[in-house]
Design a protein around this ligand. Sequence first.
Ligand code: HCA
Ligand code: CU
Length: 383
Amino acid sequence: MHIRRKPVQEFHFIDSTLREGEQFRSTHFTIGDKIEIAQMLDQFGVDYMELSTPVASPQSADAVRALADMPRRFKLLTHIRANMDDAKLAVDCGVDGADVYIGTSNYMREYSHGKSLEQVIDIGQEIVAFLKSQDVETRFSTEDTFRSNFADVMTVYRAMDLAGVDRVGVADTVGIADPLQTYNLISNLRDVVNCDIEFHGHNDSSCAVANAFCALQAGATHIDTTVLGVGERNGITPMGALIGRLYTCDRSLVEKYNLSMLADIERLVAEKLGIEIPFNTPITGEVAFHHRAGIHTKAVLRNPITYEALNPEDFGLTRTIDVAHRLVGRNAVRERASVLGLDLPDDMLRLVTAEIKALADLDPISLDDVDELLLSLAQPVED
Ligand code: HCA
Ligand code: CU
């Protein structure tokens, strides 16, 4: 077992909003929606976009063709089962790459495709050879990797690496892996294959972001993300949250992305899915840069870094200082007064602060209540 955390190396996001995200409960993307989302993510700077397999439905195939034809910088991938018909159709639709997957857990082998490990390897080798002969970037992934036999998956990965695959994929399909397990598995895999390594993690037990980050520390080169984390069940690693994690580790890791677009991209996808952006979403959640307690606001007004790991301005956002509550401090009240053009002496500030606290103890109060109080007690500053 290796524990040797390295700095995160160069990595790529594979945005799967148009594949994994299509498996989210309320998704119904038209081709126009898919193009609109892809254009925004292209401007944002994602490196790859993965679409649902063209086998899924006629619209799915049309969408792959439409995105293949649009002007873009990202590489277009589609997600296919490990069979030749799917691989041929993917090539026919004009993709740059194919993400091939097959289950390797006992559950999948018994209840899903029913193939032995040898058969999985034979099919994999045949498909990798075909896709590479068509100049298509190829990834081979073992679905449900963490509930598969460790030696079995390493055997499959090594065989695919030798067959010339560009990337192997580790998938935490049911969201059971923890960060240390992820780190260990990827770090061992790093020693077994020469090709790139992709990680795809579900969020059933809340570890999707931490697992993706540990995968990068262990040597993964590609991470699957979706906007807001949408996907099957409660989804996968959300792109925004992973950006937050990487930024706090080393801001230069995410400088290649157009960060001020993040909030707009999330709003666009949320609107199309008919959902709200959850209040506690890192960076873009309503309260992500909202400061309340007097001790916090005092320091944040002097230097925001005291209580902010991320600078909202880097994302085109602003912080808010909350004064309408019982935990308010004098410095926040002074700041609010100055926004209103009032310069209050200290004794007056003490008085108003005490008054706000007393009012807020009785009932919830609003910023308007605070402003009214300030304006009634103070004289406007002369210009
Ligand atoms: C699924 C498949 C998948 C595939 C991931 C991958 C998963 O919907 O069950 O190809 O890397 O989570 O295993 O999304
Ligand atoms: Cu998945």
